[in-house]
Structures are given as structure tokens and as C-alpha cells.
Ligand binder design. Structure first.
Ligand code: FES
Length: 136
């Protein structure tokens, strides 16, 4: 390959790369987000979450947990801590949700018990339909 051909090929590749890097953000801006269909509901079998246990799920890209609370029934809560966004975990022994980042704790209604979180965990819509739990 001659030097002139090589330089033309190199400039063409550079031009295409530059054009693509300019067009991509424009296309992302013009195409509305959410055109991809998100799950409207998520169905879980009730038997998958015995009394006192929890199941971690992802609903519409949100990490969440469904807890079968003794005496209070089922609840679905976002796992995203309202402090700085770490993911909380279910502590079965103490019946609470713990944030590993700064020791924030939440009760099983999502309310803050202690630590720096400023707000409760968001509650996701949940209903029981026969033998299934429907989130959303
Ligand atoms: S991110 Fe959860 S307590 Fe700080």
C-alpha cells in the first residue's frame, strides 16, 4: 500500500469515527427514552416467599425486595437507599433492611430506623392474585 492510499484510508476512518461520535448523541437526544417497552407487571409465585422471608427482584430496572412480613403481609420496597443509593439487604434475623454503605436501617414498612437516610424506601405497587404476587 502506498503512503498516499494509506493516508486517504486513515483520514476516511477518522472522518467516519468523528461523524459517528457527533451523530450518536444527536440520535440519543431525538429518540425519546422509554421507547423500549418496560415490564408493567412482574409476577412471582407466593410459595417462593415463605412467611418471614424476602426475595430480591428487579422491577423496571429498579432493584427491589418483596418481604413477607409476619403479621403484616407482603410489601415490595425499592432496595435503593435514599441516602446515597447503595442497595439495602434484608436482615431476616432482625426483621429490617440494612444499608451496607453507611449503616442505614429501615423497618419492614420502609421507614428509616437509624442512620443517614433522609427518606423512607419507596413502596412499589403490589397485589396478591390467587397464588401469585403481582408487582406493578
Ligand atoms: S447509602 Fe445507605 S446509608 Fe448511606
Amino acid at each position: 500500500m502506498k503512503r498516499r492510499s494509506f493516508l486517504q484510508l486513515l483520514l476516511s476512518a477518522l472522518g467516519i469515527t468523528t461523524l459517528a461520535s457527533l451523530l450518536y448523541p444527536l440520535v440519543r437526544y431525538l429518540v425519546p427514552p422509554g421507547t423500549a417497552e418496560k415490564a408493567r407487571t412482574l409476577v412471582i409465585a407466593k410459595r417462593d416467599i415463605p412467611l418471614g422471608y424476602a426475595k430480591e427482584i428487579v422491577f423496571n430496572d429498579v432493584p427491589a425486595v418483596v418481604v413477607n412480613r409476619p403479621g403484616k403481609g407482603l410489601i415490595a420496597l425499592s432496595r435503593v437507599c435514599t441516602h446515597l443509593g447503595c442497595l439495602v439487604h434484608y436482615d431476616k434475623e432482625n426483621r429490617q433492611l440494612l444499608c451496607p454503605c453507611h449503616a442505614g436501617t429501615f423497618d419492614l414498612d420502609g421507614h428509616v430506623i437509624s442512620g443517614p437516610p433522609p427518606k423512607p424506601l419507596p413502596v412499589l405497587p403490589l397485589r396478591v392474585d390467587g397464588e401469585n404476587i403481582v408487582i406493578g
